[in-house]
Design a protein around this ligand. Structure first.
Ligand code: AP5
Ligand code: ZN
Length: 207
């Protein structure tokens, strides 16, 4: 199974991917997660990428595309199938995959109204140990121990979320035509279990 998932900042891509992986065992490839790992390890790629990320801009294609393509060619991905989260995000990125005949079975877009997104970002926390995504209000941590180690993302301030949203709007619409025949819009403004229920039934149709 090959799945692409798209949607605005904080539309719930990462959250849904964690639920999809649990049921379908796909390899989750999140370009945001890959880039944040480079930043935290202080690599050359990370140093370059951080400036773009903190300004809510797309990092240049030459950094990101090689990263995705080399991950997609690894053995576990070929065996288990893939779940691409946050890539492609622009027509040129979509073309890079088209050129090497990489196409998903389904292209899911999570639809969430703008006014909800800021609140979701500002309250988001990540568990550095498990990688799990929380929200102080909507998905609070289960234990005190987890609560004490949660961290916020540096691009989750109100101003930075607005910039990310503008970048998303500029690029997303132009990326859609490549996948029009595979496109499935899902209402992401519901409790995450309901959103997953719909995604699950869509995946069953192509599984
Ligand atoms: P990336 O990490 O992909 O950021 P993003 O697209 O802004 O998306 P987010 O990760 O913020 O949100 P999400 O949709 O995963 O939501 P989540 O599930 O966490 O990219 C970061 C940066 O990297 C980019 O800005 C760019 O600079 C760079 N980059 C990445 N890919 C690139 C590419 N292809 N090309 C160039 N540059 C690239 O949920 C958010 C919050 O909401 C959480 O707190 C969660 O608990 C809560 N939540 C989730 N679902 C629900 C629900 N149903 N109800 C209530 N709360 C919910
Ligand atoms: Zn994410």
């Amino acid at each position: 199974l090959k799945v692409m998932i798209s949607g605005a900042p904080a539309s719930g891509k990462g959250t849904q991917c964690q639920m999809i992986v649990e049921k379908y065992g796909l390899v989750h490839i999140s370009t945001g997660d890959l880039l944040r790992a480079e930043v935290s390890q202080g690599t050359e790629i990370g140093k370059k990428a951080k400036e773009y990320m903190d300004n809510g801009m797309l990092v240049p294609d030459d950094i990101i595309t090689d990263m995705v393509i080399s991950r997609l060619s690894q053995r576990d991905v070929k065996e288990k199938g893939w779940l691409l989260d946050g890539y492609p995000r622009s027509p040129s990125q979509a073309q890079s995959l088209e050129r090497i005949k990489i196409r998903p079975d389904i292209y899911i877009v999570l639809d969430v109204p703008d006014e909800i997104l800021i609140d979701r970002c500002v309250g988001r926390r990540l568990d550095p140990v498990t990688g799990k995504i929380y929200h102080l209000k909507y998905s609070p941590p289960e234990t005190e121990e987890v609560s004490a180690r949660l961290i916020a993302r540096s691009d989750d301030t109100q101003e930075r979320v607005k910039l990310r949203l503008e970048t998303y709007k500029r690029n997303a619409v132009a990326t859609l035509p490549t996948y029009l025949d595979l496109l499935r819009k899902v209402d992401g403004n519901r409790p995450k279990e309901f959103v997953f229920g719909e995604i699950d039934s869509l995946l069953q149709q192509v599984y």
